[in-house]
Write a protein of this length. Structure first.
Length: 437
């Protein structure tokens, strides 16, 4: 059995890094030595056949060539050592993170903690985590949905489970299930592909054991499998982080900064190929005002008890920068001025577009119906001059959400009868109670 000492993997990683550094230094020394041995051939001095120096020059060149070959081999060995050291460090950090997560577990998971339909994070290997939907609850394992119709459904032991999500509530410590379930505001989501090739919008909801709930909606920029996958993962990350810190702006800014720090997003040749998305997130905490933060043109609305739809966000696009006036249509609303995945700072964005990269809004602790919507969901109604509040009244929420996105796609196509087209339309609707304690 491999050592379970949490410090052992870090010691191995440090040893691998030290070995890689030694081999790199040795390779550099050999390279310099080989370079010095070519000194008599500086400036392109050729071998002169018949000259008295020919034999010694040929011998020196052979020795220099051999030294150069040894230097190349040393560099190759150093590169292999560096790759091994990087993997050792990644493995050590992942094992430490995994051990920390497991150490917080007050009791083991049991079959009673699960039911079909739950979403679970499971440890596949020592350092990798996968997410599945539960198909069956067995005595010693969970049968998970592998997505292949049954033939590839994996089974995982309960001690491999890291978290369980049900009805938007994520639990990482099984003992939390022994207490009364935390109330989660009712919510529903709906999406319509429209005429795009891929559904690149995504929603996510996360509730902490302390009762903080974060609602996130992202509108991926582009229509590719890569954008679709990235946007779904980013939505989960935004919701998780915002819920954990208990504030929409702090959570969105933390995720924004993590993506902005990626080297590819700061490379002038690579950044345009990196996935990105417009994002809006709302955080609800008992005893505190609700907070909303955004970057891009996904919107948040508050539907009040008297039937008003109050817009909480201001779009980050050229229409805002150059608004319509005196008959001028304004800037292109399809050109985004800030988004999740950009690398611009607040100051850089402010200097260029007169708004920061991320903005936020705080609401009074009154009960509202919250609407998060992608531009494909709200723009068709806005273009047609239709009020949103009547479309969001009543129950059940899932029916309202479905009718809203389907109606948006129909309105978009109807607006262009000669060339019908509709964007992805996605909404998240939640009934938020008064947050005063």
């Amino acid at each position: 059995m491999p050592s379970q000492d949490p410090n052992a993997v870090h010691r191995r990683a440090e040893a691998a890094e030290q070995r890689a550094a030694r081999l790199k230094a040795e390779a550099e020394r050999r390279s310099q030595h080989a370079s010095n041995m070519y000194g008599r051939f500086a400036g392109g001095q050729p071998l002169l056949r018949g000259h008295h120096s020919y034999r010694s020059a040929r011998r020196d060149k052979a020795r220099a060539d051999a030294a150069s070959d040894r230097a190349i081999d040393a560099f190759k060995e150093a590169q292999r050592a560096e790759q091994h050291a990087r993997w050792a460090r990644i493995t050590a950090d992942a094992k430490t993170e995994m051990a920390e997560r497991l150490s917080k577990r007050a009791r083991p998971w049991t079959p009673a903690d699960f039911q079909p339909g739950d979403i679970v994070e499971v440890r596949t290997f020592q350092t990798s985590v996968d997410t599945y939907r539960v198909k069956r609850v067995n005595k010693k394992t969970l049968t998970l949905d592998g997505g292949g119709g049954g033939w590839d459904d994996p089974k995982r032991e309960y001690d491999r489970v890291l978290s369980r999500t049900r009805d938007g509530v994520t639990v990482t410590n099984p003992v939390d299930l022994d207490e009364q379930e935390l109330p989660v505001p009712a919510y529903a989501t709906a999406e319509n592909l429209g005429d795009r090739s891929h559904q690149c919008d995504a929603t996510a909801v996360r509730t902490t054991p302390e009762g903080v709930t974060a609602y996130a909606l992202l509108d991926g920029i582009g229509s590719t499998p890569e954008v679709q996958e990235w946007t779904r993962a980013a939505a989960k990350e935004v919701a998780r982080t915002a819920a954990e810190v208990g504030d929409a702006e702090a959570g969105l800014r933390a995720v924004y900064d993590r993506y902005a720090a990626e080297p590819e997003r700061n490379d002038p040749f690579l950044y345009e190929d990196m996935p990105s998305a417009c994002a809006v997130v709302a955080v609800v905490t008992l005893g505190k005002p609700m907070t909303v933060a955004w970057c891009g043109d996904s919107r948040a609305y508050a539907i009040t008890a008297d039937g008003q739809a109050i817009r909480l966000t201001q779009d980050h696009n050229l229409r805002r920068v150059w608004p319509p006036r005196d008959g001028h249509r304004g800037g292109n609303r399809n050109v985004i001025t800030s988004c999740l995945g950009a690398a611009s700072t607040d100051d850089e964005t402010e200097n260029r577009y007169s708004h920061p990269a991320i903005e936020a809004h705080t609401l009074p602790p009154d009960p509202i119906r919250l609407l998060l919507a992608s531009d494909g969901a709200y723009e068709p109604y806005e273009d047609a001059g239709r009020a949103l509040a009547p479309l969001l009244a009543g129950t059940p929420l899932d029916t309202i959400a479905r009718q809203f996105v389907d109606g948006a796609v129909k309105a978009s196509r109807d607006a262009r009868p000669d060339d019908p087209y509709a964007d992805n339309a996605t909404v998240l609707i939640a009934d938020i109670p008064a947050t005063e304690a």
